[in-house]
Design a protein around this ligand. Structure first.
Ligand code: HEM
Length: 510
């Protein structure tokens, strides 16, 4: 460890801390080290340096205030050269600014509000799907979030989990995760000559090419379909229509337009669904919280209608539950790694240019110095203070949207995501009772609230739950609202497969 760097775990020659660098669930180890070395420590990754921030004040100063210099992403050769994705794209890639500018221009709160009708209709289908096949709630949620993002971006929905575009997306995403898995690709950034190994001798290159093809077929296929619809005069207000018609103004060529769509599907699909799965997991594991949420929604919304977004301002407990779900099980526990464009000084230490910065959201959200009993799901903490911190502790370096990232890299889909989260949290609480399922012998199946997927974005592993409608009248309202949403759906039902068409007809037949 060079002099001037913040402290950290002892290093060994050449490797630094690489030999102890966690290969999965890194946020747990990073948090353990934070309790030992403080909220601002360093790791040596061979010759490179990583800084781990587990201190809200340091995050505010370095990531928000000095965002101009901490906005970059770490170099990942194969990601850049073989699979181009903005989520991991360094600032130095010129295209990033164009993508970011366009994403912001089309994802404003006002623009996101225009997509509420389809979000609401899809949320009604989610309730309907759960009503009919409660045991498949996990995949219903995945279908929901994928269909919303496809509708919003390309104006084409996915009525079923098996809809070809949804299947293709999850397949591409699975391959992508395999490619990103530590050890799946050699350290090309440390040993650059590896990038010249011909593809026929390098399985990792063939895997990358395969993934890239799956992604491109999907993203460019959807883009071309949107173009054709515009030509036929069948627009329905999707984001890609707007980009295609303002392509020159945004400075977007075909390549970058295709990738913007891809990146937004990637960013928007499994994040919203992971949040909703964590919410259900937490409500089952903490029935008292579920009961309080039920009581509140019964008081405000009652029995005879479904909730609307306007109801949320009258439901402080449900708002608190939403914040607590982000805190309890953040979708991105280490956010997405940043990197520095210039050296920075902080608290007398140096952060070198090109250092990777991990914002340890998990460690901050689970810090016992900030939160009472941080391992418990306890929405009530957000009724006591704005950021849920213990009364008497200064939590002003945090902010309610902290789970969505920092500085100039803050999640561009935040408004779209918050609308989805708000609508669905209210709907699910209003409609259903969530309890542990029972096994064949009738004994309750224990839930493990730590059984999460590996990866930089994480969500619960599939789990079993018993989900029942709270009253017969609510079940009837869901049926009715689902049928009434048919007009909204039909505007997004272009070029459906025969199976999807059949499903649509059948599901609206009664
Ligand atoms: C529960 C919902 C979501 C959460 C918690 C979430 C969280 C995050 C976080 C933590 C980051 C990294 C920020 C950083 O590096 O500082 C991020 C980036 C990103 N998110 Fe989201 N997100 C959500 C939903 C969405 C949606 C719906 C979309 C698309 C419409 C989206 C698109 C993106 C994109 C494109 C980036 C990369 C931005 C960049 O690198 O400049 N996200 N998100």
């Amino acid at each position: 460890r060079e002099p001037g760097l913040p402290p950290g775990p002892p290093t060994v020659p050449l490797l630094g801390n690489l030999h102890i660098f966690p290969t999965e669930f890194a946020h747990y180890k990073f948090t353990e080290w934070a309790r030992q070395y403080g909220g601002f420590y360093s790791l040596k990754m061979g010759p490179g340096t990583a800084i781990v921030l587990t201190d809200a004040a340091a995050v505010k100063e370095l990531m928000d205030r000095r965002s101009g210099s901490t906005v970059d992403r770490p170099a990942m050769h194969f990601v850049l050269a073989i699979i181009l994705l903005v989520l991991l794209m360094p600032m130095t890639a010129e295209n990033w600014r164009t993508l970011r500018r366009t994403a912001h221009a089309i994802l404003t709160p006002q623009a996101s509000a225009r997509h509420l009708p389809i979000q609401q209709a899809e949320a009604t289908q989610l309730l309907h799907d759960i009503l009919l096949r409660p045991q498949s709630f996990y995949t219903h949620i995945r279908r929901y979030s994928n269909s919303v993002i496809l509708s919003v971006l390309y104006g084409k929905r996915a009525p079923r989990y098996e809809t070809p575009e949804t299947t293709a997306f999850f397949k591409a995403q699975h391959e992508w995760e395999l490619v990103l898995e530590p050890g799946a690709t050699p350290p090309v950034d440390l040993i650059p000559i590896l990038k010249y190994v011909p593809e026929r001798w390098a399985k990792w290159k063939r895997d990358c090419t395969k993934t890239r093809k799956l992604q491109r077929d999907l993203y460019f296929g959807l883009l071309d379909e949107t173009k054709e619809r515009i030509l036929r005069g069948e627009e329905n207000g999707s984001y890609m229509e707007e980009i295609l018609t303002r392509q020159q103004e945004f400075g977007m060529d075909r390549e970058i337009t295709g990738y913007l769509g891809g990146v937004l599907i990637e960013g928007g699909s499994d994040t919203t669904s992971s949040y909703l799965q964590s919410l259900i997991l937490a409500m089952i594991a903490y029935p008292d919280s579920q009961k309080k949420a039920h009581e509140e929604i019964d008081r405000v919304v009652g029995e005879h209608r479904m909730p609307t977004l306007d109801d949320l301002e009258h439901m402080p407990y449900i708002r608190a539950m939403i914040l607590e779900t982000h805190r309890f099980r953040p979708v991105a526990p280490l956010m997405v790694p940043h990197a520095t464009l210039a050296p920075e000084e902080y608290k007398g230490y140096v952060i070198p240019e090109g250092a990777t910065i991990f914002v340890n959201a998990w460690g901050i959200f689970h810090d016992p110095a900030l939160y009472d009993d941080p391992e418990s799901f306890s929405p009530g903490r957000y009724l006591l203070t704005e950021n849920g911190t213990k009364p008497g502790v200064d939590g002003s370096d945090l902010r309610p949207n902290f789970a969505f990232g920092v500085g100039r890299r803050i999640c561009p889909g935040i408004h779209l995501a918050q609308n989805s989260i708000n609508i669905n949290t209210m709907n699910l609480v209003w409609a259903f009772n969530f309890t542990t399922d029972t096994d064949a012998g009738g004994s309750p199946i224990e839930l493990d609230t730590f059984a999460y997927q590996k990866g930089i974005l994480t969500g619960p592993k599939p789990f079993r739950a018993k989900i029942t409608p709270r009253t017969a009248e609510k079940a009837e309202i869901i049926e009715r609202e689902f049928l009434e949403a048919a007009d909204t759906f039909s505007k997004f039902e272009f070029g459906l497969s025969p199976e999807d068409k059949e499903f649509v007809v059948q599901s609206r037949a009664h």
